[in-house]
Ligand binder design. Sequence first.
Ligand code: KG4
Ligand code: ZN
Length: 341
Amino acid sequence: MKKDKWIMGIETSCDETAVAIVKNGTEIVANVVASQIESHKRFGGVVPEIASRHHVEQITLVLEEAMDQAGLGFEDLDAIAVTEGPGLVGALLVGVNTAKALAFAHGIPLIGVHHIAGHIYANRLVAEMKFPLVSLVVSGGHTELVYMKEHGHFEVIGETRDDAAGEAYDKVARTLKLPYPGGPHIDRLAHQGRPTINLPRAWLEEGSYDFSFSGLKSAVINAVHNAEQRGENIAPEDLAASFQESVIDVLVTKTLAAVKEFHVKQVLLAGGVAANKGLRNRLSGAFNEIPEVELVIPPLSLCTDNAAMIAAAGSILNEKGIRANLALNANPSLDLAIHNE
Ligand code: KG4
Ligand code: ZN
C-alpha cells in the first residue's frame, strides 16, 4: 500500500500568519490562520513593518496549534512547503526562515512555493484538477488569467497592467469611507444598490487577456468628488453596484474568452476577491450555460490567504522531486513559471 504523504505549508507573504498540514495533497488535517487585519485597519492598508513584527510574534503559536490539530510529530512530515514569494520581503522572510529552521533541525525536505500557485492549488483541496485548465486569480496583489496544461506548469496569459482587482476594491472602499479591507463591504453594499452610474470597462486591445482597473477606480473617485462639489449625494450602494458590475463584466468576459480560445476542461477561481458574491454568482450562471466546462470555486476560507493552499501546491512539487535547499531566500518578485521546463 502506498504510504500517506504529510506536507506542512507555511504562509506569511502579507498579513496572515498561517500554518497547515495537508495529507496526500488533497486532504486538510490542520489549517490555522492568524489574521492581522485588526492591526492594519487604522492605517487603511497593510503596513509592512507591522506585518513582519506580527508574523514573528505569531508564527510559533500558529505552528504549535497546527501540529496539535493534526496530532502529528515533526518526524511524520514528508516535506515543509513555504511561500518564497511574491509578497512583502520582511513578511516572507519570517516564513522562509521558520521553514528552513524546521527543515534543518528535523532533517525534513524543504520546498519553495509561489504564492499564486498556492491560490490556484486551493482548488485541489475541493476538486480534482482537470487539464487543460484556466485559473482566474483575483487577489489584493494580483489579477491574472493562468493557463495550465499539467500540474505545476503555469502560463500567465493575462495580467493587470496597473491595480489588482482587490486593490481597486480597497481604494474605492476608502473613497466611500468604508473600513479596510474594503472588498467585502463594497460587495455587501453592491447587493443593496443598482448599477445606475455609468462607469468605464477597460477591454484593452482586441484579443488581450490583460486587465486594467486604475481608470475605473479614478472614475469612481471623480464621480464622488464631482457630486460633492455640486452639493449632491450619490447613493453609495448604487456606486458600489456600478463599480462591482464593471469589474465583474471584464473578469467574466475575459475568462469566457480564454475558455473558448484554449479549449479548457475546467476553470478555477482563486484569490481573496474570489470571495465576492457577485463574481461567484455571475460565473456560476455563465458556466451553467456551458456544462462541458467545470467551474470550481473554493469555499471562502480557502480563497483568502491560508497555508493549506501552499501545502497543496507544495505536494505537487514534492511528487516531482523539486526541492529547495537551505539557501532558499524570500523573493518579492518571484516568477510563477519558475518550474516550467
Ligand atoms: O488573496 P488575499 O487574501 O490576499 C492577497 O494575496 O492579496 O486577497 C485580499 C483581497 C483584498 O483586497 C480584499 O478587499 C479582497 O481580497 N476581498 C474581496 C472580498 N473579500 C475579500 N473583494 C471583493 N469582494 C469580496 N467579497
Ligand atoms: Zn494571496
